[in-house]
Design a protein around this ligand. Structure first.
Ligand SMILES: *Cc1c(COP(=O)(O)O)cnc(C)c1O
Length: 352
């Protein structure tokens, strides 16, 4: 069932191969390791994301360098990424090193947040120009498309999650997808303790017990049959919210870039630029008290106590989005009445 699930997901996104893992975090850790991230390296990652994106870097003994979001997609700002490597790094001993820390830049981790793809072309330009591998965190954006290409078939390596809150779930699970056969084989080897002999217990590296159980894979195969219909319902809900919030003073709905076909995994609104973090928290409280499960978005990772010592590069937009964002109920099971209920409660909560 694991092989079948891997084939199903890889075929769906249009990648050559897939390696299933116990969860999305394990997929990220493994992917970073097979692209060569190691002790005292640095990895450039979006600051506005779930903490797993950065933790996987830390598991390799490497340091995250936090990058800002752009306003068009809320994902990694390609211009600032490019500026960072050009202005803050130097080519020495055949690698790009951070001028300040002296550490090697070993990978770039763009994260496709909330179902909206990253503007990958300019990021891949930077990656090619400076010969830095990319590992995309696609955990939230299976089913999304960028200029007609599925997330998972754009860069070198993409990681997905099949956690209970994701668009399709295996209870818990993850996967690396790639067109690079060498990387896929390296990941497949490490995912099962790097065993080299089918009979003898011989291992040539320190691997992991990161293999997805067959039971979960079976669930995944069945779930993948529903992915397209889930995407359709989610896009429909996104369109409903977009229309509803268009005329409402005090809010704007999440962006859909020209080149994007997002899945609207989690629908999110922004309050006015003048709003304070306290106001945003109060409004979420009001919504929760009316049974609307509203949530703040992630606090930018460079501001969390665990990562406060790490470098963040010219972060502005991500802080602004964090202060203003409220995520709204986005389940495929929401009824028409529930959708309208959410919009009405937001209208009330914003009323002066
Ligand atoms: C869910 C998620 C992960 C981690 O996936 P798990 O399966 O929960 O380990 C990684 N990155 C992002 C952006 C996520 O949303």
């Amino acid at each position: 069932m694991v092989a079948k699930f891997e084939r199903t997901v890889a075929d769906y996104v249009g990648a050559k191969d897939g390696v299933a893992t116990v969860n999305g975090t394990a997929a990220l850790h493994l992917a970073l390791r097979v692209v060569g991230v190691t002790l005292e390296d640095e990895v450039l990652v979006s600051t506005l994301t779930f903490i797993a994106s950065a933790n996987a870097i830390h598991y390799c003994g490497a340091h995250p360098v936090f990058m800002d979001s752009d306003e068009i997609s809320w994902n990694m700002d390609p211009q600032k990424l490019s500026d960072f490597v050009r202005d803050e790094c130097r080519f020495r001993n055949n690698v790009w090193r951070n001028k300040t820390s002296g550490r090697r830049i070993a990978a770039i981790v763009p994260v496709h947040i909330l179902g909206h793809p990253v503007d990958m072309d300019p990021i891949l330009d930077v990656a090619r120009r400076y010969q830095i591998p990319t590992v995309e965190d696609g955990a939230e954006s299976l089913g999304a498309r960028y200029k007609g290409r599925s997330v998972g078939s754009i860069g070198d390596v993409t990681c997905f999650s099949f956690n209970g809150n994701k668009i399709v779930t295996t209870g818990g699970g993850g996967m690396i997808v790639t067109n690079n056969q060498t990387l896929a084989e390296a990941a497949r080897h490490l995912v099962t303790q790097a065993r080299t002999d089918p009979i003898e217990f011989v291992h040539d590296q320190v691997g992991y017990n990161y293999r997805l159980p067959s039971l979960n894979a079976a669930l995944g195969v069945a779930q993948m049959e529903q992915l397209e219909s889930f995407v359709k319902v989610k896009r429909d809900l996104g369109a409903f919210y977009r229309a509803a919030f268009k005329e409402m003073p005090g809010v704007t709905f999440m962006p859909e870039a020209r080149w994007a076909e997002p899945t609207y995994w989690v629908n999110t609104i922004l309050l006015d630029r003048s709003v304070s973090e306290e106001d945003r928290t109060r409004i979420i409280g009001v919504l929760n008290s009316r049974s609307v499960q509203a949530q703040p978005r992630w606090r930018p990772l460079h501001r969390l106590p665990v990562y406060r010592g790490e470098q963040a590069y010219r972060v502005e937009t991500a802080n602004d989005l964090y202060r203003r964002a409220i995520s709204l109920p986005s389940s495929v099971a929401l009824t028409e009445a529930e959708r309208s209920y959410v919009v009405e409660r937001v209208r009330e909560a914003l009323a002066p």
